[in-house]
Design a protein. Sequence first.
Length: 236
Amino acid sequence: PPVIRLESVQKSFALPNGEVFDAVRSLSLEIPEGEVFGLIGKSGAGKSTLLRLINLLERPDAGKVFVGGRDLTTLSRRELRDTRQNIGMIFQQFNLLQNATVFDNVAFPLRIHGRHSRAEIDARVRECLELVGLGEKSYSYPAQLSGGQKQRVAIARALAPRPQVLLCDEPTSALDSETTRALLETLRDINQKIGVTIVIVTHELSVVEVLCRQVAILELGRLIEQFAVDAAPSAE
Ligand code: ADP
Ligand code: ADP
């Protein structure tokens, strides 16, 4: 079964002038487990809104949102909190805690959840920092890191709860092209190593071409096209 399934999802916003704007229009989408899925579209197409619907940061006005087989729109607050552990997210601006070390940033979602022993947190943080190539930086503060390193910390933090799904909202838009390339390679490595399903939203076709196996184009809140990107030669 797909790890993410949207069924006729609708999301509208009331504008200050009293009009209603349909940001996502009767949109259906299935993403299989382990996929690297790109969503591209112009500014205002509804990309962020779509990711926020998958994370239930926004509630749909109509339709269903399934992640890991559960319809998120029917969950209680408590069930939703548990289910959110299954969905990691990273952002253009990294959103790190500035006054916390790299270690504490990555440990943060585990401590909040309150179900992990100190030894388990320690092991998971180390494991996730290794995965993003920052094993040596755990005592640094975000201000001491480059943009690419900050985004790697954000990825480690998102992966710490061991989610099935990693949502990436314009993750390379604040990075130069060389740093972007390295970060995309890291995301692809992570997908191959731990099998986490990656959904990445961007306005840059070059980003999804490098990383993704499936790409969908969003325009005015609708999916207008979906296609497979030719796989890079693999060493099978
Ligand atoms: P994208 O990520 O593709 O740039 P967004 O999902 O951010 O698009 O936005 C799609 C449309 O929905 C935009 O026109 C935006 O102004 C509108 N929108 C998004 N969030 C809100 C909100 N909270 N209130 C009002 N309008 C919103
Ligand atoms: P204590 O000394 O009280 O037993 P720890 O040594 O386990 O506690 O951790 C104290 C604090 O040090 C933690 O809250 C965390 O902020 C930080 N910390 C622990 N391990 C690491 C690490 N590998 N890298 C960076 N900071 C760490």
